[in-house]
Design a protein around this ligand. Structure first.
Ligand SMILES: [Zn+2]
Length: 255
């Protein structure tokens, strides 16, 4: 493990969270540089994808992000007008929720479960780790400095085509689940919402695979993984009670 001195406060905690899943040295890219790249990608995504802001999605996302070691960073949450069931996050704290996923969720804790999982990928820097594995650290550094427009366009095209930049490993998924249930629990949402949402996605994948294909291609989900989440929830000292809230019903009525 390499220490790095240029980084701001969240780094130490974030590094501790993410070092279990990686043997690469992607973390030589600072959180600030990563977030800068994310902002640029998000601006281009906003021009080419039907994204919009929503007060409730923003407030739910902020309540979850506030529980993380990156709570003081500028997070952004968006709805994507698309009926496929998908959600994704890109570096820099930009989290996207498809209207199809909002329709598939039956209560606020189910939506919170998916959002907490996506937020956790950002906090653990899984996408940056994956990009640096795929392209190499020097290429990624060049992209951040604006010196590699070809790879930048490739990353952007990948987001526009499938929503995400990475196909996460089983270990990254497990880490995002485990962090996610803690963040949602601390934010007051019953973590069982993540389990019931995942069960829904899994049964949908069996009955109508096309509608959840993109989510499954980046976040491999299995019955085993759901059992692991249940097991992690059983270790929580206390389980938050909130499963629903009126604002979720209003949002569902709108999408
Ligand atoms: Zn995931």
């Amino acid at each position: 493990m390499k220490k790095h001195s240029r980084l701001a406060i969240p780094f130490v905690v974030v590094f501790a969270l993410s070092c279990g899943s990686s043997g690469s040295n992607f973390n030589l890219i600072s959180v600030e540089e990563e977030w800068q790249l994310g902002n640029q990608l998000a601006a281009d995504v906003a021009r080419q994808m039907p994204v919009e802001r929503d007060a409730y999605i923003t407030s739910l996302g902020q309540r979850l992000a506030a529980q993380t070691p990156m709570g003081n960073m500028p997070w952004n949450f968006y709805i994507v007008r698309n009926n496929e069931i998908n959600a994704f996050a890109i570096p820099g704290g930009h989290v996207y929720i498809h209207t199809g996923l909002i329709k598939a969720a039956d209560n606020a804790s189910e939506l919170a479960g998916v959002m907490a999982h996506e937020i956790s990928h950002v906090v653990a820097r899984h996408t940056t780790e994956q990009i640096s594995r795929q392209y190499g650290l020097s290429v990624l550094a060049g992209v951040i400095l604006g010196q590699n427009p070809a790879v930048y366009q490739q990353l952007l095209a990948q987001i526009l085509a499938g929503g995400a930049l990475a196909r996460f490993s089983r270990a990254a998924e497990m880490e995002a689940d485990n962090l996610g249930i803690r963040f949602m629990n601390q934010a007051g949402y019953n973590p069982d919402g993540m389990v019931t949402m995942f069960q829904k996605l899994l049964s949908r994948e069996r009955s109508q695979p096309g509608t959840v294909e993109k989510f499954f291609s980046t976040h491999p989900l299995t019955a085993d993984r759901i059992r692991d989440v249940q097991n992690e929830i059983s270790k929580l000292p206390q389980k938050a009670a909130r499963t629903d809230e009126p604002e979720f019903r209003t949002l569902k009525g709108r999408v």
